[in-house]
Design a protein around this ligand. Sequence first.
Ligand SMILES: C[S@@+](CC[C@H](N)C(=O)[O-])C[C@H]1O[C@@H](n2cnc3c(N)ncnc32)[C@H](O)[C@@H]1O
Length: 286
Amino acid sequence: MALPLEETEPQLRPDAELEQLEIELLLEAVYRRYGFDFREYAQASLKRRLWRRAHAEHVATLSELQARLLHDPQCMERLLLDLSINVTSMFRDPSFYLAFREKIVPMLHTYPFTRIWCAGCSTGEEVYSLAILLEEEELYDRTRIYATDINENVLATARAGIFPLERMQQYTQNYIRGGGKHDFSRYYLSAYDGAQFSRSLVENVVFAQHNLAMDRAFNEFNVILCRNVMIYFDRTLQSRVHELFYESLEQFGMLALGHKESLSFTQYAEKYELLDAAERIYRKIG
Ligand SMILES: C[S@@+](CC[C@H](N)C(=O)[O-])C[C@H]1O[C@@H](n2cnc3c(N)ncnc32)[C@H](O)[C@@H]1O
């Protein structure tokens, strides 16, 4: 007996399924060729960004983009910039910095020396904000900040410490709302259209490339800040990064996440107490 047509002939894949296959192959290719692992990034924004890169490279399909990526490391650099969403600002979410002053600073004063990891620091605005806060709370001299990001380009900007002058008005307001104690302009010099932040703010900062999706723990910390980074990761990857943070935090160390991030769905939820629910500040107790 003849089989009905659809059982004998391979069916054409619906477009969405084909697109999904192309995405998976492209991410696998990027991982195997360059070692950057985006396979567990949240799908919707990943897809948008891949298509944006495809259009910018004037290719019609994601498979063509994959071929370009494999053969052209410069294209990979451009994709890296697209995928590592770098939006940041100084004293971003000022209420977080207030909470840091009120809830984390008193604990830091009980240690002779502290290590802070700022993971996913982007172009460094968060690091300079933290350094200013620690300086004002008389903690900076006994702190080392490890500032890491997957993306070497943003780290170069962070090291230079020059930010657009036009943003200083907004940053001044953020600084004041975040509990700033002085005149914000004391921390930078204006030159042309840039604000060059004081080199003393990065004296105790180590900038280094580190990939949260692949690299291991490299030290033990009293505080880890990882804000607005894991929103781009799927839950499996978020859980793995939480494992890394758990391993990297000393007992009673503190973890600060972004306003839209949480560890409540992970197996580590019970190993932390919530110090500030709104500001997503946790303390390792287990
Ligand atoms: C939106 S920015 C957040 C910057 C800063 N933490 C803040 O809250 O303003 C996210 C940063 O995470 C970095 N990032 C993305 N994936 C990463 C990974 N796998 N490992 C380390 N950093 C990563 C990006 O390069 C980007 O600079």
